[in-house]
Ligand binder design. Sequence first.
Ligand SMILES: [Zn+2]
Length: 461
Amino acid sequence: MKTTLIRGGTVVLGQSVAPRDILIHGETIAAVGELGQVRADKTVDAGGLLVLPGGVDTHVHFNDEFMNTVSVHDYYTGTRAAAFGGATSVIDFSNQAPGATLMSTIENKHAEAQGRALIDWGVHPTITQHGNGGDLERSIAQIPAVVAAGSPTVKVYMTYRNEGLLMEEPELRRILAGLRDAGGMMMVHAEDNDLAEASIARYVESGRTAAIHHAESKPIEVENRAIETCLRVAQEVGGRLFIVHMTTAEGPELVGRARAAGVDVIAETCTHYLVFTDDMLRRADGIKWVCSPPLRDARAQDALWRCLADGRLAMVTSDDAAYAWEAKLYGQDRFDLVPNGIPGIEPRFQLLYSEGVATGRISLPRFVELVSTTPARLFGMTQKGALYPGMDADIVLLDPTVKWTMNGQTLHMATDWSAYEGIEITGKIQRVYSRGERIIDGDACVAEKGRGRYLHRRLEL
Ligand SMILES: [Zn+2]
């Protein structure tokens, strides 16, 4: 088996940051430490570079049919952009099609990834209103099968009735009970449908249809009420709850109180909430930043950063939902017709490093936890998320001294526009390894199409 020695970099191992060498043997890490005498087939000088575990992005939407369009990231373009951005594992949401079983959500993604995925990938099956012909009990009965198939994290939406996604409180209860009994976890998009629907209708009827009205029509109460609802469900049912893309200052407080009361709940936020505020929606091109939940004000953003630093928020994902500009324009004059989402699979790692570590808001070990270690652990990827011997050699070499400008030209995502324009970044990825194989080298992606493998996941007990 081929060996590679990464020599002289600054390696993050848990809370320790120190100069270390890493020996890769085939696909895994064989040794970490001072390996002065060791010889390898290939030696890489990592002097001056940070050596970090590959990013784990558990929130992406590839080939996602939504709001009259389909996301432009597929398993080739999406994983390629992910790799450029330092991610070596992604987990993709897969909505149950009308009439389809829950298992089909995984089977469909195998077909999409076949011959295309560049990095390792997993699936979150998403229960919809129309799955199994609208027979929710049948979908719930299929939960043990998707857990056994290595996709134990099932998503539900508390809104988007018109998209066929809405699950109401009694349904959440039944789904969570099914997941609890099968050893799974329920992931929740928390926005209160009753409040949101009524409010959006009022805005549209009164002609308040600009991009900023998207955010105004779904104020923090819409999210906070849904968070309260799903926490109540988890309190009563038990089981494991994960709240995706939290944006409010109150959300982490509610989660903290529920945890203190014994609820097994964890929450994440996403890159864009940490770097953009609702001011972006006031721009002429504000539809670029229409996503749900909406961008919030600077006060909420400050709170999110504090919660990331002190642990009340566990991790940061991209919520990559990349729609073409043509599709975003459906809602140029009607915010409710803009496909909700921001292409962000590539910026996450380097933005969080630059805005978090380089500015001193979070420590380097905390950064690694947020983008890699914690998502790997919470989502059942035992081989990922850290650089200990025996784990997959998924490694990012980052030069902390390089300054560059993030924009559509310097990124590699498949969209014909970018929300990340002109952001000054400190720190640049130089190389990425996935299971011991070099996949990104400077500006080149050298990964072979289809090399990515299905992540068969199992949650910790
Ligand atoms: Zn999402």
